[in-house]
Design a protein around this ligand. Structure first.
Ligand code: AMP
Length: 398
């Protein structure tokens, strides 16, 4: 089956056309600066036809139309007609507690996704635009929603509740949902496979460390706890997000600076994390470079990032009463040997020892980064959310 995977952001539209039998990416690219001016990137599977060109995209509709036109272009396209696309799989960030599985999108589903938008105002509205656009342009093709929160719907109440008055949960569904579920699911399956551990009787910890970052405890194949909460703000210190912070400190700052809630949320989401701590950058390459030049704050930011990852890993080892394997994934997890080293260094007590050479791995390399003598292995497993979305979409419509 040829599945078109769409990941729609507020001013972008990422796409991949994937053949789910061979799992080959037939073509992929991104429409950027939608609504501003428009930059279109396209690459097909022969690797020859790659282009990055300006293209006027006032709305997502022109962007999606151009994707379809290019995919079916006689010269650089990879399919003859739209009919060859069996289904479109859409990444949807927040599914609340309504969606624990992928769903075929109809009016009822769209209404529910819209209702959940309150919990993800930066993401869900853009996802809905992507869905509506594809429905218009491809009215006969099934549209499937795959939710970032779905994988975490197996969390037990003690993990997903906040210790707040119960009525907020009952009335407004205020609870922890978790994110990056598609990635945590994909990587946990692959980790069990490469380690030769049966998923149904496994204790795995997945560290998805990218611009947004979260750690998940996967017990017998199911997520039983994860570091993000109602929104992607909770948990680890991230590129620009604060992660866990005492609400008392937030109130204190708000009073001192005379900030209102939108300003506070902007500060916590966009000006905090390793960027806020270092004052240098949210990019870890810049942090390592400036630390090497003697920047103390970059050092604190890096140390704190690693410390929080370690803290969550330790907590999840405790809640699962052990761990069989750990995986690192996403931009930092796949490329930053320094972060991986820092985390693994403190896990030697349970027989996890870093293999320094293997740990040099970067750029999409799947590799075991612990020594053969290690009792518990750690792996770098490149994530592939698009492939997971394509697989789940094909399974549902197939
Ligand atoms: P993601 O959100 O998964 O795309 O990850 C993006 C982040 O990965 C960037 O902000 C960088 O901090 C980090 N990253 C990417 N490449 C490298 C690298 N070679 N070394 C360290 N960090 C990297």
């Amino acid at each position: 089956m040829d599945i078109l995977v769409i990941n729609c952001g507020s001013s972008s539209l990422k796409y991949q056309l994937i053949n789910t039998e061979t799992e080959e990416v037939m073509a992929k690219g991104i429409c950027e600066r939608v609504g501003v001016d428009g930059i279109f990137t396209y690459k097909n599977n022969d690797g020859v036809n790659m282009k990055k060109v300006p293209f006027d995209m006032p709305t997502h509709k022109e962007a999606a139309q151009h994707v379809i036109d290019t995919l079916t272009d006689p010269e650089i396209g990879v399919i003859k007609s739209l009919e060859e696309i069996s289904a479109v799989g859409h990444r949807i960030v927040h599914g609340g507690d309504k969606f624990s599985e992928p769903v075929i999108i109809n009016d009822e589903v769209l209404k529910e996704v819209d209702e959940v938008s309150e919990l993800a105002p930066l993401h869900n509205p853009a996802n809905i635009i992507g869905i509506r656009t594809c429905q218009e342009l491809m009215p006969n093709t099934p549209q499937v929603g795959v939710f970032d929160t779905a994988f975490h719907q197996t969390m037990p109440p003690e993990a997903y509740m906040y210790a707040l008055p119960y009525e907020y949960y009952e009335k407004y569904r205020v609870r922890r949902y978790g994110f990056h579920g598609t990635s945590h699911k994909f990587v946990s399956r692959r980790l069990a496979e490469v380690c030769g551990i049966p998923l149904e009787t496994s204790k795995l910890i997945i560290c998805h460390l990218g611009g947004g970052a979260s750690v998940t405890a996967v017990y017998n194949g199911e997520s039983i706890d994860t570091s993000m909460g109602l929104t992607p703000l909770e948990g680890l210190a991230m590129g620009t997000r604060s992660g866990d912070v005492d609400i008392g400190a937030v109130e204190f700052i708000a009073k001192k600076k005379g900030m209102d809630f939108p300003e506070i949320m902007n500060m916590l989401n966009k000006e905090s994390g390793v960027l806020g701590l270092s004052g240098v950058s949210s990019d870890f390459r810049d942090l390592w470079n400036t630390r090497a030049e003697g920047n103390v704050r970059s050092g604190i930011a890096l140390d704190m990032f690693c410390y929080r990852v370690l803290k969550y890993v330790g907590a999840y080892i405790a809640v699962m009463n052990g761990v069989d394997a750990i995986a690192f994934t996403a931009g930092i997890g796949e490329n930053d040997e320094g972060v991986r080293e820092e985390v693994i260094r403190n896990l030697s007590y349970m027989g996890m020892f870093l293999d320094g050479d293997a740990n040099q791995a970067r750029y999409g390399k799947e590799v075991c980064i612990t020594t053969p003598e290690s009792r518990i292995p750690a792996w770098v497993i490149p994530t592939d959310e698009e492939l997971e979305i394509a697989r789940e979409t094909a399974e549902l419509v197939g």
